[in-house]
Design a protein around this ligand. Structure first.
Ligand code: ZN
Ligand code: ZN
Length: 296
């Protein structure tokens, strides 16, 4: 016998397809998407202080393509009611399928661009390196396009794990990365998914027909003992208390001048990661071209 379908706890009409363990809600797809868009809207307005006329660049790294496209859809849903501009910049040569996916998922119809980067930077070996690469190249592309905001697809949980992993290595570098938005010169860096849970993001990405397997903690588990990290990452308290600890440690570390390439605190004039990966040269020579005329 088929079990009767359970109604969504939000709209009470459509059948639920997702159980949100953190709240006990059972949500249909439309209500899950609406809930995530609300979280993103609130994060952008309250934590990041964005305005209706911002120009937001979404850099797409091949390793984080699917979650970035999921973020793009939520940003498009939030921003389509405003005169703001969204620009998607692929940091690699996108396939026609990549361009078509971005077009079909984004309700705001953002401009699509491709960054040609020569010399190519080195391969990031950890989440910290990947984050700084994304920020350096995303920031470089934003300056070329005259944009004032760069949106990055990391979650608070991941920034917490990053901070923990760096602390375990005896480094304060990752600690200084932990905040939902920050400004460098005319650019503001924001994490629109900051308050989205990894479970919600995984289901949502899958719901959009994308493989949800790009969990950043893979890079972390290779860095530090996997068991220890898994124990910590299952603790909700850790995720909530990390931002507070980060503020405390940031004050203790004393800030200082930031890296001129990726914006990392205390890394003036260029941080160790940027010089190791050759990001300074990559950003200086980066070129951005429109992909809008390229056929899908
Ligand atoms: Zn519903
Ligand atoms: Zn740097």
């Amino acid at each position: 016998m088929q079990p009767a379908s359970i109604a969504c706890s939000s709209c009470r009409s459509r059948p639920a397809s997702y159980y949100r363990a953190s709240s006990g809600e059972r949500l249909c797809r439309a209500c899950l998407e609406r809930s995530l868009a609300r979280i993103v809207k609130d994060t952008l307005a309250r934590l990041a202080g964005l305005t209706p006329r911002d120009h937001i660049v979404v850099p797409v790294d091949a390793a984080l393509r699917n979650r970035t496209l999921a973020m793009l859809r939520l940003l498009g849903l939030v921003e389509k009611q405003y005169p703001s501009t969204l620009s998607v910049v692929f940091l690699y040569e996108p396939s026609p399928g990549d361009l078509e996916l971005a077009r079909s998922l984004d309700p705001k119809g953002s401009g699509l661009y491709v960054a040609s980067i020569d010399p190519r930077p080195g391969k990031p070996r950890s989440l910290l390196e990947r984050l700084r690469l994304l920020r350096a190249l995303g920031g470089g592309a934003a300056r070329r396009l005259g944009a004032n905001v760069v949106a990055l697809p990391l979650l608070r949980d991941e920034l917490s794990k990053l901070m923990l992993a760096e602390l375990l290595k005896g480094s304060v570098e990752g600690v200084l990365e932990h905040r939902p938005s920050f400004r460098r010169g005319n650019l503001k860096y924001v994490y629109p998914l900051y308050r989205v849970s990894s479970e919600d993001l995984a289901f949502y990405t899958h719901m959009l027909g994308l493989e949800p397997g790009e969990v950043c903690s893979d890079a972390l588990e290779a860095d530090v003992g996997g068991l220890l990290l898994r124990l910590f990452s299952e603790s909700r308290e850790l995720s909530y208390s990390m931002p507070k600890s980060a503020e405390f440690l940031r004050e203790a570390a004393g800030g200082g001048e930031s890296c001129s390439v990726c914006g990392a605190e205390g890394g003036a004039p260029i941080c160790g990661v940027c010089s190791r990966l050759g990001l300074g040269e990559a950003v200086r020579t980066l070129n951005v071209r429109s992909a809008s005329s390229e056929s899908p």
